[in-house]
Design a protein around this ligand. Sequence first.
Ligand code: GCW
Length: 654
Amino acid sequence: MTDSGDFDAAWLPPAAFRAVGGRRSLVRAAAGPLVDTVYGELADACERFGGRVVRDGAAEEPELVLELTGDDPGDEGFALERRDGTTTVTASGARGLLYGLFHVVRLGEDAFHGERARETHRPALATRMLDHWDNVAVHPVMGQVERGYAGGSLFWADGRARGDLDRVRAYGRLLAACGINAVAVNNVNVHETEAHLLTDRIGEVAAIADALRPYGVRTHLSVTFAAPMVLGSLPTADPLDGAVRGWWAEATRRVYEEIGDFGGYVVKADSEGQPGPFAYGRSHADGANMLAAALEPYGGTVHWRAFVYDHHQDWRDRRTDRARAAYDHFTPLDGEFAANAVLQVKHGPMDFQVREPVSPLIGAVPDTRLAVELQVTQEYTGQQRHVCWLGPMWSEALRFRPDGEVSTGRLADGLVAVSNAGDDPFWTGHPLAQANLYTFGRLAWDPAADPRAVLGEWIALTHPGAEERLVAGLHAVLDGSWSTYEKYTAPLGVGFMVQPGHHYGPSVDGYEYSPWGTYHFADRDGVGVDRSTATGTGYAGQYAKPWSEVYESPETCPDELLLFFHHVPYGHVLHSGRTVIQHIYDTHFEGVEEVEEARRVWAGLADLVEPARHARVAERFEEQLRSAREWRDQVNSYFLRKSGVPDGRGRTIY
Ligand code: GCW
């Protein structure tokens, strides 16, 4: 594949280090694992490209200086300047030095020309974390990686932690290069085998932590709320029970004995069958705070997921609204969570659909630490068989301001995403899905960044020295791919319409009469969910102004969310001037045409892309096109048959 061996170099191919590796460099810093990493990176690059790196000592007119000016582990920032032929990175924490090095790598030759006034770089969010929904033991339904589309787990194989952790080290390196500093190594649905990682199998977690540490990535663990019963022999997991609290305190003490810089726990409680505090009549604050108390002496954090809803809903009941659930459960608890408890909220109120409004819970709990959760793994966005670069979607969500003011205040204290990486040679199944992982990291560092510029960085790093035709071709294929995917799948924010269970491919009524609370309510007259306060579920009223007012009325609701918030007749005229039914037909035809065009562009890049990589993407385009046509024809036929309204342009609908 590359000269690194069995797996793709992704955004760190050796050639990305050409500019850095050809220089005289000086690392001025006391030894430590991260500093060793920085030095090692430079030494490798110099060996390849003819430069020289000196550690401390005297270097002759260094062109690059990396200097650690303090020992503040909490400071991840760095400063960069260039004067008199020397580019200098200074940081007061070793992570900052590492991020500074990767910044220089991104800049390439630009880092070594002209003068550069001192600029400081600092991540906007302290937590930039990936959750892996990886099982240790292959699950009979969900497999090794739940919602994973990139082969097996990077961490676990054959029922235990991998013995060879080179790949994990390489993963940590890729993560550091885009700014990610934390990883949770197992699925939030904690099954029997995985429960034991907390206690008798913590050594395996420690080995993974050792492999990630040199790149500044802290390890977290998903735990089951029922651990005291499953692993200990307590009769209860009641968070207010003294013995239960003692059990967690002791278990946590042992974890820190093994992993001194352990990040903390991730918990999915009272959600889709996972145990939680409700069984004991306790609140989620009680549950989270018990774990927070156990972690507090060691500086650990509990990430407590807000994905709590009724998954045994009666589809006949139109008052219950799954979208309301997270807000309804958690806003009453604002202010009750411990300082080291972080409420982890999915960015949308439902479940990672191609289009959702931003969750109203975000912004409604000012006295709670909050992390927004994104899904990099493409569960609902083509499962890494379709090209779907999610940068613009995430950027929109991260720029959303609950009070309507754009770009003031912060949306969250942390950003977490479900990883799309696995042991696939290309890491992500679809080679172009690497762009999603990279973009997530960079947006977590700077949520205000222009996603297209981030994509440009990814293109440049992944294809060093790429000629303009390749750069333009990659932009053509990726820039609009989310919008394309949206066009041929569920329309106007209504969501789902996927095949139940595995969630790949269309099934318009697949979830319509199910207990999961995900309905579109299409009938002969219209489609959509009435979530208004006046006549619907009241969900729109969970927002502050102006959004509550904007979403309340079909007149002001943005087109792309219309069917999320309203049930409207097929003849309803959108702001775009088209009727809803004509919009459905048009976008589904357009979506397929856009896939055909992207596939054509990709085919034309064959001479510029490494053959294996080109072939893998080309093969996936065949499947994407097949699937997009299936979506188009099922969705269009469904709505033609329901509505009886013909396509204004007389195209073939079945
Ligand atoms: O998106 C849904 C997935 C489940 C997942 C759940 C969650 C880990 O279909 O597979 O479980 O969300 O976020 O907990």
